[in-house]
Design a protein around this ligand. Structure first.
Ligand code: HEC
Ligand code: HEC
Ligand code: HEC
Ligand code: HEC
Ligand code: HEC
Length: 214
């Protein structure tokens, strides 16, 4: 590996300091966090949305094609559908059947999970604004240490599928980290890609420390 020894020594000296810097989120120490699947504030299912309903990843994570971060969609994106879909299909059908049995008009059903979405937007169940919106506090799953640099766009432009790094998201009821995100994981793929016909180890798929660390 063509690494400048002085730069490496400097870098290694700086790593412990990076952990002490104040940050917006608690620092994630290096280590294998694969399998991490924290509970989320709203039960949002990728299996349902990306799998069963076949909504394209790009509909919600368009950032991955344009920038470093894939990004999490704001609640307004959810409202494109959930202004009208206020509960799951089964709950709506059950209410319709009950309305027929009781010969009355069906009532609007709002599921407890969709009610949380409305609450985050400051809306009541009739979608009347009651208070200021607050962002949904989604719990971050993938989180590289701050001293590393990763950019979605360059990977997505090379047509590396989301699933190569994130696993079978379409079948996940709750999102889970699948890859280790370790340095070895990144470097192994960079080495393999550089060895491919057309791979360019000097310019693109670099294994230079400075490609992923400053
Ligand atoms: C392709 C990207 C990539 C390259 C190239 C790379 N690193 Fe890393 N490195 C990472 C990532 C990602 C982590 C964080 C790993 C983790 O969170 O477990 C890391 C972590 C580290 C750490 C923290 C301790 C550890 O092992 O987890 C050190 C020190 C380090 N790298 C040094 C280097 C040096 C020196 C080079 C050049 C010889 C280098 N890195 C090249 C991606 C890279
Ligand atoms: C309808 C919107 C929507 C669609 C479609 C969608 N996602 Fe997501 N995604 C979210 C939301 C909201 C979160 C944050 C909540 C969660 O973790 O479940 C998220 C979280 C994630 C995360 C974890 C983020 C983190 O914190 O590390 C990954 C990875 C991800 N999505 C990948 C995908 C992939 C791959 C696809 C396509 C197969 C996809 N998503 C389709 C809305 C969506
Ligand atoms: C393109 C349309 C669409 C978008 C965008 C969308 N959803 Fe959904 N979602 C649906 C549909 C349709 C259902 C009901 C599916 C069923 O029950 O068969 C659903 C169901 C749900 C449910 C389960 C409802 C229940 O309690 O039974 C939750 C929670 C949910 N969505 C949250 C979200 C969140 C959060 C977002 C934004 C990140 C989002 N959805 C974006 C269409 C969408
Ligand atoms: C080459 C591997 C790789 C590919 C391909 C990839 N991701 Fe990621 N993804 C990562 C890593 C690494 C992180 C953690 C980044 C960090 O902490 O800075 C991440 C983080 C995320 C996050 C959390 C929010 C963010 O932007 O950091 C989402 C959402 C996500 N990816 C979605 C996607 C989607 C959707 C695709 C396909 C369009 C995709 N990813 C393709 C490796 C990848
Ligand atoms: C599945 C294979 C794969 C994985 C895993 C992967 N990369 Fe890459 N990466 C690539 C390819 C291919 C390119 C070249 C894209 C291009 O042609 O511009 C690349 C390019 C990059 C670049 C652009 C600059 C350069 O000189 O290399 C950075 C930075 C980078 N990757 C960082 C990372 C980090 C950090 C990780 C781990 C967290 C990672 N990559 C994991 C395949 C991968």
């Amino acid at each position: 590996m063509a690494a400048n020894p002085l730069r490496v020594a400097l870098f290694v000296a700086l790593v412990p300091a990076a952990f002490l810097l104040p940050g917006s989120s608690p620092p994630r120490l290096p280590g294998d966090h694969s399998g991490y699947a924290p509970e989320q504030p709203i039960h949002f299912s990728h299996r349902l949305h990306a799998g069963e309903l076949s909504i394209d990843c790009r509909y919600c994570h368009f950032g991955a094609w344009e920038s470093r971060h894939a990004g999490i969609p704001p609640a307004s994106v959810c409202m494109n559908c959930h202004a009208s879909v206020s509960a799951g299909f089964d709950a709506q059908m059950a209410e319709r059947a009950a309305a027929v049995a009781e010969s009355r008009d069906p009532r609007r059903v709002v599921s407890p999970e969709i009610a949380k979405l409305y609450a985050a937007l400051g809306l009541d169940e009739t979608l009347t604004q009651q208070s200021a919106p607050t962002p949904i506090p989604w719990v971050r799953v993938h989180d590289l240490p701050d001293f590393t640099w990763f950019d979605h766009r360059v990977h997505v432009a090379r047509a590396i599928a989301c699933e190569t790094c994130h696993g079978p998201v379409q079948s996940m009821e709750r999102i889970r980290q699948v890859s280790s995100l370790s340095m070895g994981w990144c470097v192994d793929c960079h080495r393999a890609s550089a060895a491919e016909p057309g791979g360019n180890s000097a310019q693109h798929v670099s294994t230079d420390c400075s490609a992923c660390h400053f």
